[in-house]
Ligand binder design. Structure first.
Ligand code: PLP
Length: 385
């Protein structure tokens, strides 16, 4: 039997990430400006790196408790007060990125065939991870405004769903929710006795209003697994460090899996994360203000030739490319080949992302200016064809 046939059917059935494919196309091309990958271009603040170097000099290189360093867990619980959540370090599990948290949360809650509601367009990992956990992912298209509310969710009650995966500020659409909007989503979760996995990785990058965690709403503490981490706000992507905040039973269930598949998050990264929590609010304000400056410039320029909404958070713009007559993949591929600008086709984020592309504005103003000019030339040429 060929080795390929020995790969599990579930793994054979999942598609490689649409983002990675484009990432690989640009490797080695010096002329390319990549708006493709959601990777902050800020250096990791020096105090964080210094704490990690110090820890290595001290030889702190061992495993930690499965749950993570106690000071870090307590620090995370304290930090989450700013998003309205009263919790304790006991309810925090330190993970190797939000990615691991997602996997654990899904595996800890899903029985084979349980329905997992996934509003789309969404982050590329949700569907494959729900499927690998033997769940039944059901997509909820959120076009045209990309927002969820009770009426959008209501028809999905018939599936007797168990889990809703929520992400705000959203990758790829940039939308986020007010407390009032979250209350409608919470009503649906409560009415259907569900669990919500709330991926709040972009919480610090909220430009419109203040981020409110859905876990802070009445009756939601017992129904929410908050996922967050240090990759985006502190540019610590390569350190692979995040966390889950969940009710006792769920944290314990997630820890059961984590202790066997991961043991613990890397100690050096945990030390860096502890230092990140000590950063003053003003430092974060500066980073947020810089992203806002880029967003304002990029989206305003983009809106001259494509239909695009002003993102309310994260660092992505999601313009419609429908008027060009190209599919998302054709648009992204031709833009890359003809103009050397990498963006991600919207269908990588679910079928209803077709007709859009995602542009990450986490690059310098200089690169953004050049990229948007090349995009304009490309689109104007298409329009005049
Ligand atoms: N969740 C969302 C919405 C993301 O956009 C990303 C990365 O792009 C992740 C999770 C992965 O985060 P981490 O680096 O913490 O694993």
């Amino acid at each position: 039997m060929p080795l390929s046939r020995k790969i599990s059917e579930r793994v054979q059935a999942i598609r490689p990430s649409g983002i990675r494919r484009f990432f690989e196309l640009v490797i080695g091309r010096k002329d390319v400006i990549s708006l493709g990958v959601g990777e902050p271009d800020f250096p990791v603040p020096w105090s964080i790196r210094e704490s990690m170097i110090y820890s290595l000099e001290k030889g702190w290189t061992s495993y930690t408790s499965n749950l993570g360093l106690k000071e870090l867990r307590d620090g995370i619980a304290e930090y989450y007060k700013k998003f309205g959540v009263e919790t304790s370090g006991e309810n925090v599990l330190v993970t190797t990125g939000v990615s691991e948290g997602l996997d654990l949360a899904l595996r800890a809650t899903i029985n084979p065939g349980d329905v997992v509601l996934i509003p789309e367009p969404c982050y590329v990992a949700y569907k494959p991870l729900a499927f690998l956990a033997y769940g039944e992912p059901v997509s909820i298209p959120t076009n045209p405004d990309f927002r969820l509310n009770y009426d959008v969710l209501k028809p999905y009650s018939k599936f007797e769903p168990k889990v809703l995966v929520l992400n705000y500020p959203n990758n790829p659409t940039g939308i986020t929710y007010t407390k009032k909007e979250l209350e409608e989503i919470a009503d649906f979760v409560i009415d259907n006795d569900m669990i919500v996995i709330s991926d709040e990785i972009y919480a610090e990058l909220t430009y419109k209003g203040k981020h409110v965690s859905i876990a802070s709403l009445n009756g939601m503490e017992e129904k929410t697994v908050i996922l967050n981490g240090f990759s985006k706000a502190y540019a610590m992507t390569g350190f692979r460090i995040g966390y889950a905040i969940a009710p006792d039973e769920i944290v314990q269930a997630m820890t059961k899996i984590h202790q066997y598949c991961m043991l613990c998050a890397p100690i050096t990264s945990q030390i860096g994360a502890l230092e990140a929590l000590k950063l003053k609010d003003e430092e974060m304000d500066k980073i947020r203000a810089e992203y806002m400056r880029r967003r304002n410039f990029f989206v305003k320029r983009l809106s001259k030739f494509l239909d695009v909404k002003m993102p309310e958070g994260a660092f992505y713009a999601f313009p419609s490319i429908k008027e060009t007559g190209l599919s998302s993949e054709e648009f992204a591929e031709r833009l890359l080949i003809e103009k050397g600008v990498a963006v991600v086709p919207g269908n990588a984020f679910g079928e209803c992302g077709e007709g859009f592309v995602r542009c990450a504005y986490a690059v310098s103003m200089e690169k953004l200016k050049e990229a948007v000019e090349r995009m304009e030339e490309f689109v104007e040429n298409l329009k005049s064809d």
